[in-house]
Ligand binder design. Structure first.
Ligand code: DC
Length: 493
């Protein structure tokens, strides 16, 4: 796991949701990725239930339960997973026993039990960056958590998961789950509800990777927002008035932005993007011999420019399927949007660029994407290679990288030149995405020609280093298109 220290990474992270909605799986994966502790608070209520059953204290005696909770030597050891101790005894393995399962909702509804547990949970969250999973984390335990996630899934899917985990009959698992959900959601103290500012994800048909990708996107946006603002030149005397006016306008437009977020790109495109990405991964597995290497090198947060060679119109979604950790916003040729299916690239999150032109709008859009901490996708060659050989890069990518100071992630796409031909498809073509080592560039507001040219060369070298030799032209002089294209052993487009 990368476990890179990323400035501005939000913590603590609160995850709530009904039984078997994926809280532990997602929570553990995020904790592993960011190097956080993981605390499954449900296990604490389970451990209390076990202790109460052992001590013969019934849930119908709240005062006795409260006294037991206050004196219980319960230790929650949060790490990559959660272990619970009663005194020196590790009881983690006993916490999913049927008698605990059947009683935990009753005991966890008792206010005195909850307040004892909540105090211990907050201590864990204060001790180190942590992911806490439960029912009331975003609403009660950590109401100020910068990142809250609310997971849901159909009862059927949850029962199937729980049945599989616990080798239990799905019908029985469904009865247990629905009984617990009903009492967890309707109890008087800290019922299961979504915090208004939580990111809600329905995991019924979502693979873990897709859930993580959504969360990473939110993390990236939060990290970008909390990044320190660049030092400004001495502020102009009228700056405060201008800032106040700007603020007022922003506030007046807030309802409109919310509507847009609900119905527009903000909400729909990520869902559409991930649905397409996972469908494509499946199709690639079926039609070809598909491989993506180096995914662990993809930075989990922060502005990123993905750069690749370009062989086929299908390359943007295929590189996206190879990376599949973060959503890429591709710069795509403006002509694409004129076709009847032109709405699709837009919904998918791509934005138009007029090639062979200094397209300022596209440049600004690219810079906005990076400023938001998102991922920009670009083919430095500017167009598909007609020969299969990697072509001369344009300076646009380097210019954007320098002006934004974003990290550059070089990638190579191999084999998609075969996709245009049905005969090739029948032969199950080898298609792969190779992800290289990311590198950062220092931000320069007005880069010189030399700086742009040096970085263009560096990007080109980073991409070519990942490509098999058959895609590399033999250059006769720097910057001149390969002469191998004139007749040599071309990869054959
Ligand atoms: O997450 P789980 O299914 O292991 O949780 C077991 C029970 O504990 C659940 O039915 C409700 C309760 N619980 C709670 O009330 N508050 C939490 N933060 C976590 C769990």
């Amino acid at each position: 796991m990368p476990n890179r220290p990323i400035p501005g990474l939000p913590h603590p992270i609160a995850i709530d949701g009904p039984a078997a909605s994926g809280k532990s799986t997602v929570g553990q994966a995020l904790a592993a990725e960011f190097g956080y502790l993981f605390l499954d608070t449900g296990l604490m209520y389970r451990a209390f239930t076990l202790a109460a059953l052992r001590a013969g204290v019934g849930a119908d005696d709240p005062a006795a339960c409260e006294a037991l909770a206050a004196s219980l030597p319960l230790t929650a050891r949060a790490g990559s997973e959660t272990n619970i101790f009663l005194g020196d005894e590790d009881v983690t393995g006993e916490l999913r026993a049927p008698e605990v399962e059947a009683n935990v909702s009753k005991y966890s509804a008792i206010p005195g039990v909850r307040s004892a547990m909540v105090g211990r949970q907050r201590e864990v969250a204060q001790s180190a960056p942590a992911v806490l999973a439960g029912r009331d984390i975003g609403t009660v335990v950590l109401p100020d958590a910068p990142l809250k996630i609310f997971l849901t899934a159909s009862e059927e899917a949850r029962a199937a998961r729980r049945g599989e985990q616990q080798h239990q009959d799905a019908a029985q698992a469904r009865r247990d789950i629905s009984g617990r959900d009903a009492s967890d959601s309707t109890r008087a103290t800290a019922p299961l509800t979504r915090a208004p500012d939580a990111l809600e994800l329905d995991t019924t048909a979502m693979p873990l990777e897709a859930v993580l990708a959504f969360v990473r996107e939110r993390v990236a946006a939060l990290a970008a927002r909390s990044a320190p603002a660049p030092p400004s030149a001495t502020a102009a005397p009228h700056a405060p008035a201008r800032a106040a006016a700007k603020d007022g306008a922003r506030r007046a437009l807030a309802p409109l932005r919310r509507v847009r977020a609900w119905f527009g790109y903000g909400r729909f495109t990520p869902a559409f993007y991930w649905a397409c990405t996972y469908l494509l991964r499946f199709i690639l597995m079926v039609i070809g011999r598909w491989k993506a290497t180096g995914r662990e090198r993809v930075p989990v947060a922060g502005p990123l420019i993905v750069v690749s060679n370009h062989l086929n119109n299908a390359d943007p979604p295929i590189v996206g399927a190879g990376i599949a950790r973060r959503r890429i916003r591709w710069m795509a040729k403006a002509e694409l949007y004129k076709y009847p299916f032109g709405a699709i690239p837009r919904l998918w999150g791509a934005f138009p660029v007029r090639r062979f032109d200094a397209d300022i709008r596209a440049m600004l859009q690219a810079e906005r994407i990076l400023k938001n901490g998102e991922v920009l996708g670009m083919f430095p060659e500017g167009h598909r290679s007609r020969t299969g050989y990697v072509g001369k890069p344009h300076p646009g990518t380097a210019l954007i990288a320098l002006r934004s100071g974003a990290t550059v992630l070089p990638c190579a796409i191999v084999g998609t030149e075969q996709l245009g031909n049905l005969w090739n498809l029948l032969k199950k073509p080898r298609i792969s995405v190779v992800i290289g080592e990311p590198f950062t560039v220092e931000k320069v507001r007005k880069p010189s020609e030399q700086q742009v040219s040096d970085l263009t060369e560096r990007i080109f070298e980073a991409i070519t280093a990942l490509l098999p030799a058959k895609y590399l032209p033999t250059y006769t002089e720097p910057g001149k298109e390969g002469n191998a294209a004139d007749g040599g052993d071309s990869p054959g487009v």
